[in-house]
Structures are given as C-alpha cells and as structure tokens.
Design a protein around this ligand. Sequence first.
Ligand SMILES: [Zn+2]
Length: 342
Amino acid sequence: MKTFYAAEQKRHDPKFFLSSGGRFPNPEQPERVERLLEGARAAGLDVARPADHGLGPISAIHTPEYLDFLKRIYQRWQHIEGASEEVIPNIHPIARAGSYPASAVGQAGYHMADTSCPISAETWESACWSAWSAVSAADAVMAGDAWAYALCRPPGHHAFRDVAGGFCFFNNSAIAAQRLRRSAERVAIIDVDLHHGNGTQGVFYERNDVLTVSIHADPVRFYPFFWGHADERGEGLGLGYNYNLPLPRRSDDAAYLEALSAALRRVEAFSPDAIVIALGLDAFEKDPFGGLSVTTPGFALIGKAIAKLGRPAVIVQEGGYLCDELGDNLTSFLTGYGAKAV
Ligand SMILES: [Zn+2]
C-alpha cells in the first residue's frame, strides 16, 4: 500500500499560535512529517510522490476568491508598514454576506477563522502539495488499490470553502471525497480527529451525496466551539447527512469505540461506494491538546473497526501533534486497518 507525500509539504513552518490569549509556538510543526513518515514505513507502506494536479481538484472545493487570496496575501502583507511577517488576522466580520473587503487586513479577517493558521511565503506551495497528496491517494484507490494513505500536512478539516482555520488551508479530506465522486456515487467521510471537522461539515452541509460523520471532544468547551454539536444535522438536501458525535473530555478507548460503532452503523446505512477517513491522531491520551484518552493500541481497534466496512478508502492525515508516540499511533492505526507491519 502507498503513502503519498511531497517534500514541499514541509516548507510551511508557522511560528505563531494564540491559545486563550497566550502566545505559544505553533504546534503544527514540520517535524510531524518525519514522525508520520516513520510510522507509515513501519506499517510497510511505500512512499510515493503525488502528481502536480493543478488547481482543478482544489477549486472543486474552494472558491476562486479564496484561492486568489491565499496565493497572493503573503506578498501583499509585506507592504503594510509595521505588519507581522506572517499573515495573522486581527479583525473579523460578524456576518459575511456583505461586501468583500478590498484591503489585505480586511481579507485576512474575512478568510481566516482564527490566529492559528499564519500564512508565510511557503504556505501556498505546501498547501497545494498537501492537497495533491490527497488527490493522488484518491486516484490510486479509483485505479484499484483497496486503500491509500495521504500524508497531508498542513492538515485540512478545519478549512471551509473560503476560510482557513485551525492550522488548515485546503480541506484535503473534502478534496479527496470530491475526487472520489468521479467514480463513486456516494462517499462517506469518517472524521476521527480529536477536533470536530467543522470545515468538512461546512463544505457538504447541504449535500446528500457525501455523508459527513465526526467523533470529537465536545465543543461545548473545546475548539472549534461554534460547530460540532449533536443538533447540527445538515440542511436542505443535506438534512440527515451530517452526524456529530461529541464525547466528554478524556473519554477512553471503550467510550470512543462505542461512539465509533454508532458512527459506522450510520455509514453502513448510507452504503457508500468509497470512504475517506479523516485521520487525526490527536485523540491520543498524551497528545499535547489533551482532549481525549485514546491509547496507542486503541488506534489499531479504531482502524480495524473502520476496515470492516470493506469499502475502498482514502486515509487522509489530519491532526496529531508532537509526542513520542505520534509515529507509533499511525503504525497502530494502519496495521489495525490491515497494513502488514515490517
Ligand atoms: Zn485536531
């Protein structure tokens, strides 16, 4: 089985991170890639470079306004006197239906949900390759591989059609799902990241061809706060096609697996032709975010339970932050899923 990853994805190296008003080093570090590559290799996966797919598959999810913003904002920002080097917003619209701001500062607030996704000179290139890793993994699955792993970094599931947020710029899981729609009538996205996949939910909220399911720490007192609650079920055609399973903080393997089995029943009822697994490893008990208490062997059980669906699958890396077990947790998930460890 294959891992898709390009070295350009490591170039994005954000420095800034605000948490509860405090300034910290950004946890979405390039070193995550090394740990994850190690974890994928230990599970017997070969690493392949994705193709340059151009903007087509990305613009199938993201608006042209947003793509133009993301591509040019770093250069524009450098002309603002006294500005930070990285693009970091400081003012946001309360409603987004009004006019579109012309200024770099206005657009940064419009297109960035929070301060955790600073944009540097390298961000655009890294985000493109991250998305292309997801596209190449989807193509491999459509060409007949039972599954493929996209080592997407920067991650994607907090990115909406035209908003970055939570370390995410392009929604790689959504891009993979849309790509799979070329040959799959119905696609389910199963998001097992610690945090709710709010961007993914937003992208597909009014659609009934892509089921979105997310298990995560209860957002009542956890990022992303405004989304991820159980009463968010979709709208219009999409009503009943979004399923959120918020868990109490520090839920363990047993509680997690119980929620997962409810999620998988919903997925089975949808009968998808293919699935995308938004694989965050930050539900881990020793992840720096400390939201849930899944163990290393717990990830193997999660992988095994999802593999039982028996559907073609694209596994897309989402969160999971620096800790000694990061690579082992990936190996555990992948071997549970069916990879043959070396
Ligand atoms: Zn996360």
